[in-house]
Design a protein around this ligand. Sequence first.
Ligand code: AMP
Length: 287
Amino acid sequence: MKVLKKIDDIRQCRLQNRAGKWGLVPTMGYLHAGHLSLVRKARAENDYVAVSIFLNPKQFEDVQDLRTYPKDLRRDLELLEHEEVDLVWTPAPAEIYPPDYQTYVSVQELAKPLEGAARPGHFRGVATIVAKLFNVFEPQRAYFGQKDAQQLLLIQQMVKDLNFNLQVVACPTVREQDGLAMSSRNARLPAPARKQAICLYEALRLAERMISSGERKAATLRSALSAHIEDYNLARIDYVSIVNPATVDEIERIAGRVLICLAVSVDGVRLIDNLTINIREAQNENV
Ligand code: AMP
């Protein structure tokens, strides 16, 4: 496994191995089984697998969140070595954003609601770094988690709009035993908060039960889910949204496929989760 820092070295490595297909898994490090599921899928589908580990400052509007984001590069590299990854990129911020840096990628409508409203500038940072990663690695496939459903949509849109010549592969959410979606931020949850963090998954399951029992009013669902989460004293709701899974626009009536998105701070740790429900089959797709 090669671990490289410089863009020129990545390009050279890529050129030396241009015959096979490359799969890229972009991450911010502090890897868990969710990340590794993407890596394994990439390993199964490509000749070469590249992983980037870069805590992208441009997608953190909250400096404290960036400062306290968990890191353990040595452990990350051990895990990736074990997954037989070919190439890891661990660039310094100045390699990505030199002092004269001034170009950004902004996806428009998809970036406005939910995470975009809660974290202004976040998706501009995400789209910019992912576009740069695509340009540096030129992968045939790139792997992203459904856990960040809006991010996935935004990247699919960017790939289409900017004619990136690659396939975006969506990967299902990997969960802890009790249902909590795996996230690097979970490491920041103190024990009582970790217990209460289950409220997101419970709310998604509640929505699923209500919909299969015939509930079709999004407002009723939003209230029920919010009430369930508010029962936990450490939980503060940022949003409980029921949206069109293609546009991320809020909907009034449940029909066809719907995406339920939650953002909740539990003891100050902001967690997100989501579930796609297909009404015709009355069954979820990614829990
Ligand atoms: P991050 O390091 O949080 O930027 O995540 C890197 C990639 O891993 C993104 O595409 C995420 O959507 C994906 N990811 C994060 N958590 C999970 C999870 N629990 N299950 C599946 N994919 C995940």
